[in-house]
Design a protein around this ligand. Structure first.
Ligand code: 13P
Length: 341
């Protein structure tokens, strides 16, 4: 069995980051609806095969790929397991293991993520299929009167139980307590995002400690500290970088090898720009990288349109975004590079 610490280091390797391609069947349908492509087992396979065969991007800038369960067991059109394409590109295959965020009793906005029952047995199957890391996403919504302590406590506790089961199975847990930036609420300044994110992360690391988690064998996947998209306020790149790094330094022990952000609805370029600013402006105890879904795939999905003849263009679009984010992990992204492309 490989050491958890070595897998975590590989997942956050210099100049690289994680491709989140683990959209659930419902979410990928929404993405495909936006380009008028029907979501079937084959179309989902074709789309993901296109990404995993985008050699330039995959080999140079992608350290790991998060898969939905279906994809972990799926084969490419020529019969090669998709997991083998990922491994051949030098990336670590990973798996989303949660069963989704479900409304908490008595609440109309707050959710708790489910999926702990039977997880120990599922992890054994996933390990056999080649997964060496996992992801579990908890969702924290900011409104006038949320998050509640009940929601923060339940979600961070579940994440810690999940992380412990992963480590027992030889699988590195990505711990993702996401404070949403896209809620429909106006009480969502960058200060409020800071306050909630700090509270959630403080609680999270307390729970991880109680569960006996080896911090060197995990990766944190947080949101950046930003104003709510519908709050009407904007923050400068420097302010997002400063508040996000301040929040992480106050909450994340330096024994955690890497922090890989989610993009959370930021534009492709904002997600890159913010990451690059943090790496350029600060000396950091952990690697700061990406685990983007939308911000890595949006351009490729749009170029693809479900058509074979667009595969090469979609792969170029994906490789470009991956390269921009790879540069951002070194603080070396520049706006001119976007225009040049
Ligand atoms: P986004 O980057 O689209 O937020 O997705 C990342 C992810 O994996 C959320 O769980």
């Amino acid at each position: 069995m490989e050491r958890l610490e070595d897998i975590a280091i590989a997942m956050t390797a210099e100049g690289q980051g994680i491709l989140a391609a683990d959209e659930s069947t419902g979410t990928i349908k929404k993405r495909f609806d936006s380009i008028n492509v029907e979501s079937t087992e084959d179309s989902r396979r074709d789309y993901r095969e296109m990404l995993f065969r985008a050699d330039e991007g995959m080999k140079n800038y992608i350290s790991g790929v998060i898969l939905f369960e279906e994809t972990l067991f799926q084969k490419a059109a020529d019969g090669t397991p998709l997991v083998d394409l990922i491994r051949k590109a030098g990336a670590v295959p990973g798996i989303k293991v949660d069963k989704g965020a479900k409304l908490m009793p008595g609440s109309e906005v707050e959710t708790v993520t489910e999926g702990l029952d039977g997880l120990r047995d599922r992890l054994v199957k996933y390990y056999e299929a080649g997964a060496r890391f996992a992801k579990w996403r908890a969702v924290i919504a900011i409104t006038a009167d949320t998050p509640s302590w009940n929601c923060v406590k339940a979600n961070t506790h579940a994440l810690a139980r999940y992380a412990a089961l992963c480590q027992e199975a030889g699988i590195v847990p990505i711990v993702e307590p996401e404070v949403l930036m896209d809620g429909p609420h106006s009480h969502h300044s960058i200060e409020r995002c800071y306050e909630v994110t700090e509270w959630v992360l403080k609680t999270q690391f307390g729970e991880l400690y109680d569960a006996g988690i080896n911090l060197e064998g995990m990766v944190l996947k947080p949101n950046m500290v930003v104003p709510g998209q519908k709050s009407g306020s904007k923050a400068s790149v420097e302010e997002v970088a400063e508040k996000t790094v301040h929040c992480l330094k106050n909450t994340v022990p330096s024994s955690v090898p890497g922090i890989a952000f989610l993009s959370g609805g930021q534009s492709d370029e904002d997600a890159t720009r913010h990451l690059s600013a943090m790496n350029a402006m600060y000396d950091l105890p952990w690697r700061l990288t990406y685990s983007y879904g939308r911000a890595l795939q949006h351009a490729a999905l749009t170029a693809w349109q479900g058509k074979k003849e667009n595969v090469a263009a979609a792969q170029r679009a994906f490789s470009h975004r991956a390269r921009m984010n790879g540069l951002a992990t070194q603080g070396a992204w520049k706006a001119e590079l976007e225009e040049a492309a």
